[in-house]
Design a protein around this ligand. Structure first.
Ligand code: ADP
Length: 395
């Protein structure tokens, strides 16, 4: 079966067409600047790169143009899209498995807008567009929060009045679930050991970053919370803060909720501390040029990652593997060196030569005698969404 995976953002639409008989990507790409001027779509179809400039007033125009490209190339003869899988950022308590989208499910996803006001509306638009363009083709929603639903209550509870938390649904949910699940499973494959007998810390570090403890195949804790702001500092997000900082900002800077949300989501993290960029590569470059605030920003991130790894090793009473993924996790030797060289108390030994070598394949970066396996595994969220979609359709 061919599955089209869609990830709709407010001004973008990512797509990936997968042949699930071989779990192979036939086409992938992104439409950018939807609803803005100078829109464009770029893709790789069967290894060939392409790009068109196109102003798109909405997701429908974008998806129609993408389908036009696919119909001219891979979707020929009797090859058709058998199902569409949608990435949906928040499933809260309602969704813990991929869901075949019915009118009732769509209504419930709409109710998630409370939790993710920036992400859910574009997801809904992506789903409605696909329903319109693929009448009769099953549509499935795969949730970023789903993998984390196995966390014990003491790991997801905030220290707020219990009734208030219950009434508003305030608890930690976690994100990047498909990525954490994928790299944790692949860590077991790399180790050639059963997934359900391992203790793994997965570090998904990109523009958004989260760290997860996976014990016996299940998530037992994760660093992001009710929203993707909690945890380590990110490109532009603040990560953990004393809640007193928020009340101070409200009072001292006369901010309202909207201004505060904008600050915490868009002006903090690597960008806010360094003043250089939200892009880790650029901040590393600035640090190389002796920029002190760039160094401070990076060390704040590295130290945050180190503390989560240690915390989760404690939570699981040991750890078999620490795995890095995401743009920073896969590419920043500097981050991995800083963090891994401080895990000797766990018996972890980094192989510096292997760590420094550029590679795009899943690999160990620990020495053979390391008591904890250290691994780098490129993530594949699209494959997990396609697998979840196939599973929901076959059910
Ligand atoms: P997203 O969370 O949006 O999917 P990515 O996982 O692609 O983002 O991660 C993007 C981040 O990865 C950026 O901060 C980028 O600078 C960083 N990155 C990519 N390559 C490198 C590199 N060689 N060294 C350090 N950081 C890198």
């Amino acid at each position: 079966m061919l599955i089209l995976v869609l990830n709709a953002g407010s001004s973008s639409l990512k797509f990936n067409l997968m042949d699930m008989d071989r779990e192979e990507t036939l086409a992938e790409g992104i439409a950018e600047r939807i609803g803005l001027s100078e829109g464009f779509i770029r893709w790789t179809i069967q290894g060939e790169k392409g790009r068109i400039e196109l102003d798109m007033n909405g997701h429908k125009k974008a998806l129609s143009a993408i389908m036009e490209q696919l119909h001219q190339t891979v979707l020929v003869g009797d090859r058709e899209v058998g199902a569409v899988g949608h990435r949906v950022v928040h499933g809260a308590n309602s969704f813990v498995d991929p869901e075949l989208i019915t009118p009732a499910v769509l209504t419930e996803i709409e109710a998630m807008t409370f939790y993710a006001p920036l992400h859910i509306p574009p997801s809904l638009s992506g789903i409605r567009t696909a329903q319109e363009l693929f009448p009769g083709v099953p549509q499935v929603a795969v949730f970023d929060t789903a993998f984390h639903h196995t966390m014990p209550d003491y790991a997801y509870t905030y220290g707020l009045p219990y009734e208030l938390s219950q009434r508003l649904g305030l608890r930690r949910f976690g994100f990047h679930g498909t990525s954490h699940q994928y790299v944790a499973e692949q860590t077991a494959v790399l180790l050639d050991r059963p997934f359900d007998q391992l203790k793994i810390v997965t570090c998904h570090l990109g523009n958004g970053s989260s760290i997860t403890a996976v014990q016996n195949g299940k998530c037992v804790d994760t660093s992001m919370g009710l929203t993707p702001l909690e945890g380590v500092i990110m490109g532009t997000r603040c990560g953990n803060l004393d809640p007193g900082v928020i009340t101070t900002l409200l009072e001292q800077e006369n901010m309202d909720g909207k201004a505060l949300a904008n600050l915490l989501n868009k002006k903090c993290g690597l960008l806010g501390i360094s003043g250089v960029s939200s892009d880790c590569r650029e901040v590393e470059e600035a640090m190389g040029n002796k920029n002190k605030r760039a160094k401070l920003a990076l060390e704040t991130l590295w130290y945050g990652v180190l503390k989560y790894v240690g915390g989760y090793a404690a939570a699981m009473n040991g750890v078999d593997a620490v795995t890095f993924t995401g743009g920073i996790g896969e590419n920043s030797n500097a981050l991995r060196t800083w963090v891994c060289s401080r895990l000797t108390y766990l018996g972890a030994r980094l192989d510096a030569a292997v760590n420094d070598k550029r590679s795009k394949v899943a690999r160990f970066i620990s020495t053979p005698d390391s008591a904890v396996a250290l691994a780098v595994i490129p993530t594949n969220e699209e494959l997990m969404i396609a697998r979840g979609t196939l599973h929901a359709v076959e059910k």
